[in-house]
Design a protein around this ligand. Structure first.
Ligand code: ZN
Length: 287
């Protein structure tokens, strides 16, 4: 553990650091989560422990104000809620919060802080992923729409289709006739693939690259993007990049992060009239 960074996180009451370590205070013999609202002791009076158990073993007791031991319970609740959303589709917030034993508003904030997106946005991401998988597997676009859990095609065309970057029927046929430009951006969760047609983004995915893109779209011309595309992709990642929470299962972190990127893409960058999605689609693209 980098103690200087830990001290900065503690000094600034960084909520993102909760769960990464606890801070034991020599003078009071208690340990806290980094975001504890209590007054800050002098740097020389604290010891950082990666695990609360280590602080306890060293003779410290948990703070009654910030309840550092509840951090693990929070992470478990968030992971459990994500599993429920994967199993049952979009669940109303009140029901979801009740299922994991929290008040709705509090849980919404907790989930967003841990994953970067709301439970509703997370559910949308899962459904969008299902729609993409169904497009390749089902016999028709209509079959895919229902297989993905939509009760009407209009929902699919409003929510998921704009993320394809091409007509759903073209996607189903391996991107036939499309030219796809792609680039890779480094993120805290690993390399991120950003791929676009001239119509818009068609793929945002961690742990994928030009090879997986070519396998997904055998009918398309796959070509590396230029510096402008790289630059824009980097700007988008910077918008949503936060230190990943180490206490969440990787597939939940990845899904939430990709969704946060898509959300950022629908916003308009400062000084621009077009969204990031439109900018990426046109960056260096003359084809
Ligand atoms: Zn505390």
């Amino acid at each position: 553990m980098d103690e200087d960074l830990a001290w900065i996180a503690f000094a600034s009451r960084d909520r993102d650091a909760d769960g990464r370590f606890v801070v034991a205070v020599h003078t009071t013999r208690i340990y806290c989560r980094p975001s504890c609202p209590a007054r800050r002791p002098a740097r020389c009076n604290v010891t950082f422990y990666k695990q609360a158990a280590d602080a306890r073993a060293a003779g410290y007791r948990s703070c009654r104000r910030c309840l550092p031991d509840a951090v693990a319970r929070d992470a478990t609740a968030v992971a459990h809620a994500a599993t429920l959303l994967a199993r049952d589709g979009a669940v109303p917030l009140a029901r979801l919060a009740q299922a994991v034993g929290y008040a709705p508003h509090h849980f919404q904030r907790l989930f967003k802080r841990a994953t970067g997106v709301t439970p509703a946005a997370y559910a949308r991401a899962l459904r969008s992923n299902r729609a993409v998988a169904a497009l390749a597997a089902e016999n028709s676009v209509t079959d895919a729409i229902y297989a993905a859990g939509h009760d009407a095609p209009s929902r699919f065309y409003a929510a998921d289709a704009p993320r394809l970057g091409m007509a759903p029927s073209v996607w189903r046929h391996g991107g036939e006739g499309e030219t796809i430009r792609w680039t890779m951006v480094a993120t805290g969760l690993g390399p991120l693939l950003v791929a676009t047609t001239t119509r818009g983004l068609c793929r945002i995915a961690l742990h994928e690259d030009g090879t997986t893109l070519a396998a997904r779209f055998p009918g398309a011309t796959i070509t590396p993007g230029d510096a402008a595309l790289q630059d824009l992709a980097r700007r988008i990642v910077t918008l949503v990049e936060r230190p990943p929470r180490g206490d969440l299962p990787p597939e939940i972190r990845d899904t939430a992060f990709q969704e946060a990127i898509w959300q950022a893409l629908t916003t308009t960058p400062p000084g621009e009239t077009r969204s990031y999605a439109e900018l990426v689609a046109t960056a260096g693209g003359t084809d």
